[in-house]
Design a protein. Sequence first.
Length: 326
Amino acid sequence: SKQEAKLKARQERRKALFANCTKQNVALKIAYLGWDYNGLARQINTPDTIEEILLQACEKCCLIFAAKDYKITRCGRTDKGVSAFSQVISLYVRSKGNTDEPEYDYISMINNVLPPHIRILAWAPVGLEFDSRFQVLYRSYKYYFPKCDLDIEAMRGSLDRFIGSHNYRGFCKADRMLESPNYIRTISYLSIDLVTEDPQHPSLSMYSITILGQAFLWHQIRNMVSVLFRIGMGIESPKVITSILKSEVKYNYGMASEIPLVLFDCDFENINWNEKLVDLSQLWFESAVKTTLIRQLMAKDYVTMKNIGSLCDTKTQSIMSRPFIT
């Protein structure tokens, strides 16, 4: 039809104009709450991924030509439901070039068309050879959880068994696409820290597990957390960690929920970030009100918290766990 022909001609003109624009490769540091998304990486069968929404936003800003044809590099591929406070990706985008004018305000431009759960925190010019996956110096993850009836000191006393280089085949889901998979990973730091204390309801005090390493396997952290929970519940001895690390078999202990897991930080050499304050008032308001409503509901006489002790049981269908699939 004539309308389709006009649309095609306009797209061709836009493509030609964009091809002549000055461009540069940039690293973007982004934060997102991944609870309502199907992971970071783009997928054929769903538009609800962080990358898809981000690329669509960049296309709306005319920073890239066509989101559907675009490829990016990412620091860490977070799964469905997992969040990030310092994810780094690289994009080849429109630029003002080496002029006296300030560069485009990439942070404001993209954030203005992103949903509030996804925010650009910083950007930096990088070379075309930059790859955020392979050039990262370290990645740190945090896993947040309520104390429930867990023995925190027993869990802390188990952490040293993970430190160093080990075979994590027993703690991960095998990637059958790899012909010769390498399951050796190095963990340089592990801790369990109090985040917020609840004197009225000690079982609701929040803790975090911090894990720092250079690279991680598929589901490795959630399976490690699952075993730590079982140690905290008194079901397993810390010796079970050593046994699994020496094994070539995947242990079916159940897997901790994806919701509390966050890619917390990552670092690179020789990147000078351009940062800008990002307003999270809307997110804080919504979350604070919801939390207050739930706490008020907990105060009702007909509401019980007697099952709080089972929330970290990865063998149950609790909020801290999901069915495990080998």
